[in-house]
Design a protein around this ligand. Sequence first.
Ligand SMILES: [Zn+2]
Ligand SMILES: [Zn+2]
Length: 315
Amino acid sequence: MEQSPCQTSRIVRHAYAWEVAEPKVLLFYAFTPLPDPEAIRLWQRTLCEHLDLTGRIIISPHGINGTVGGNLAAVKTYVRRVKEYGPLKHLDVKWSEGTGADFPRLSVKVRSELVAFGAPGEVIVDAHGVVGGGTHLSPQAVNDLVAQRGDEVVFFDGRNAFEAAIGRFKGAIVPDVKTTHDFVAEIDSGKYDTLKGRPIVTYCTGGIRCEVLSALLINRGFDEVYQLDGGIVRYGEAFGDDGLWEGALYVFDERRTQTFSDHSAVISSCEACGTPTTEYVNCANLACRALLLLCPSCQAAHGPSDCTPSHAGRR
Ligand SMILES: [Zn+2]
Ligand SMILES: [Zn+2]
């Protein structure tokens, strides 16, 4: 179909206009020594404010970890600028569709750890990343490993139990952890020692938690440890719901969950009525805000008076 000159100019103008609503969400991290995290924090804050990006960025002497959302053009500029800084030129960036309101504000902080395992002294980082971590496997390489070694392979979920509740690798071990901080005690409890000698594939949302978790496992005598490169996000991009992954992916923005196809399995159910659902909401009691798995009709019926003491451990 032919376009009138007027239509053409409109299309061209829109293609370059800043306000074109094409929202994207970035998930990224890099383990690399950053001797002056405070300077990086100021740079990141200024850059994000200039580009009108919102989200959360954590900077530590070990590197950077963040998720930000904004319009396509702004987000592209952000990635280009960040990679201009030598230590971050190999920044691992994952893109996904946003809604335009994925993060209420911008938060840029300096912390002692990129991911809060509570073991900053155990993580050694050089220009190539974490020293002594598990072998990185691409999504295809994970499938190949399972094809070769079968049930000997153990998937080890590197996330919190509530994330694994709605989606995980088939047959995965889901450690009983409420926060990343609980992992060291969980591993040190000895309950996974029978896995020593077996091939263990750690996985998490985007890969960052496994960079540390795999090193912690190796330090504790697990001898064949792999980590899923790019995490569930990259695996889902490669195989959707037709591989070894099952269910929905919990994401730490307003979207809450992400699925990889139109036929993703629903492996979790509403804690009030048992209907299959993957929808997390916060308890309506503002002093509680526990994360609850409720189907849409139970969400509509849930009020502050439905808060129970059992929510206490789930905030
Ligand atoms: Zn329900
Ligand atoms: Zn509650």
